[in-house]
Design a protein around this ligand. Structure first.
Ligand code: GTP
Ligand code: MG
Length: 300
């Protein structure tokens, strides 16, 4: 099986719950009427696309149905797939794909930051890039050990300090090592606490300053990791983080365990930050670059 096909199959599998239990049976061979739109509206809200987003997309669908005149609900599915794909398509390139780049990975406890870093390092290392990991979650006891395991599995160097050390100092040292080793992708883990907003803001902006000073010509992507199983709550978390730092993108994990896969659409529509990766399992290969067309197809 070629890799591309394998990826789509995994994404499809991951979205099975959303597709079957929420959208199952809606796209039949029956004709399109108000009942169809009502069912669709209910399903889209159940999938956590959010009320406003759902209504907006349905208006677009109704307009296109008038023009394109699909006969069956099954045919209208194709139209909705293209509408959703357009809604979630990133409008900018991902800096890590364009050359040297720093990634700052943020998010609340347990959403999958460390796991995602392991998977991203592995993917980019396989592509011939040279990642360097900074274990800047110095707050949780086992954080650096956990990250170290992923780093050694991906065969990527990592810089760590003692528990309780200054996270910005870890990043500073990691950048020195990054330069010395000729690396081209700096990936920084961060602690997952949000209970003290001022603290978090200080910590993240200090890290940002270190990166800006030490790597002035390197773009920095700030990626927020969100757990898809929390649905609409993920959108709320994203709003809170946007107040604390300039997010440039989202990693949506645990799409495999949820019927709320539609939250991707809600995040794009309300926050205007692109989803860059989706997590569809716990394994090394289970993080995918987000592809709008494949996502929309797998969702419906
Ligand atoms: N099913 C599934 N599980 C995932 C995915 N991503 C992460 N996990 C699991 O989620 C749990 C938490 O992941 P971590 O990477 O430790 O999360 P974290 O954000 O670093 O957590 P803290 O460091 O405590 O803030 C682990 O058990 C992971 O295996 C995913 O895409 N799918
Ligand atoms: Mg972690």
């Amino acid at each position: 099986m070629d890799e591309k096909k394998g990826f789509f199959a995994k994404l499809r599998d991951g979205l099975t719950k959303t597709r079957d239990s929420v959208f199952g049976g809606i796209f039949s061979k029956e004709r399109i009427n108000d009942e169809f739109y009502d069912q669709l509206e209910e399903a889209m809200i159940l999938a956590d696309m959010g009320m406003d987003t759902t209504l907006r997309l349905l208006e677009t669908l109704k307009d296109r149905v008038k023009i394109e005149k699909p006969e069956t609900r099954e045919q209208a599915r194709e139209t909705l797939i293209s509408i959703i794909a357009d809604a979630v398509r990133p409008k900018t390139d991902f800096a890590a794909d364009m050359g040297n780049c720093a990634l700052l990975i943020v998010g609340v406890n347990g959403v999958g930051k460390t796991t995602s870093i392991g998977k991203i390092s592995n993917e980019y290392a396989k592509k011939g890039r040279k990642p360097m990991i900074a274990a800047a979650d110095t707050f949780r006891a086992a954080a650096a050990e956990q990250l170290g395991e992923w780093a050694s599995r991906a065969n990527v160097p990592m810089v760590r300090h003692q528990e309780g050390a200054d996270p910005a100092a870890v990043v500073f040292d990691a950048i020195a090592s990054y330069k010395a080793k000729g690396c081209d992708l700096l990936i920084c883990d961060t602690a997952g606490r949000l209970h003290n907003k001022a603290n978090l803001m200080n910590e993240l902006s200090k890290i940002r300053r270190v990166i800006a000073r030490e790597l002035p010509d390197t773009p920095c992507e700030v990626l927020l990791v969100l757990d898809a199983t929390t649905g609409q709550n993920a959108t709320a978390q994203a709003k809170a983080f946007m107040e604390v730092c300039d997010l440039t993108g989202v990693i949506l994990t645990k799409l495999d365990g949820t019927a709320k896969g539609g939250v991707v659409v809600n995040i794009h529509d309300t926050l205007h930050v692109p989803v860059r990766f989706v997590g569809v399992g716990e394994g090394m290969q289970d993080l995918q670059r987000f592809d709008a067309d494949e996502f929309a197809k797998a969702l419906l």
